[in-house]
Write a protein that binds this ligand. Sequence first.
Ligand code: URA
Length: 264
Amino acid sequence: MKPAPTGHDIGLALIIDNPYTKAMATKPLLKALTEAGIGSRRRLADAIREGRVKVNKTVAEDFRQPINVETDNITINGQLVDLKPEQLVYLMLNKPAGVMSTTSDERGRRTVIDLLPEKYRHLRLYPVGRLDRDTTGLLLLTNDGELTNRLTHPRYEHDKEYLVAIKEKLQPNERQKLEQGIELEDGLTHPAEVRETNDTPFNYSITIHEGKKRQVRRMFDSVAHPVQALKRVRTGSLRLGKLKEGEVRELYAEEIQAVFKGHT
Ligand code: URA
């Protein structure tokens, strides 16, 4: 079996091969901040817009102002930002049920960060997208803001495959509705593919192409088959494979490259 590359190896492979994460010393301000992994692109853009970001003690006015990450001194709300490219890490987690796919929870519930081995804890990893608390399966975690932006941008929407457990068999017309599109309160779903499986307890798989909130559960609710259990097994070309519930592994370099190249 191929050994999982270390985060450091992956970082190097991407620096050499990937045009999107080239570790250039000079980059546009908003990109430099996003890559520092200190918050979402939107919140960082707001901080610049609101005059809370200073570059070498001068208020920044342009998102594209060139920044030398080695030498420039940037503050947000007066706090110095560490811009040095940190170790970029890409993890796949098989999320168990009952765990929040967030980095913290105001009600103190267990989050995916609590499941990470100690060596990843200081790397400011966060999940890319969400799974419901009771959904299990494939969740990507990274500290690479660039990758997160790409994957969560509507332009890069990719297939997501779920295993679904429902109590009764779907009637042909119900299956057809799921496949052709369901009118949910936030819009019509794109055509989906539904297959029967016997992957106990799951009896169907569905592949959807967008990521509306609780989409699969709401689609099955609308044909009167409430979902009993839900597990994501694939996003784009990334497959959960044999990874056990609660386990994490680093992505292989070629998996990361496929994600960046939009093969997902
Ligand atoms: N659809 C859902 O209903 N829940 C998830 O967690 C993911 C997709």
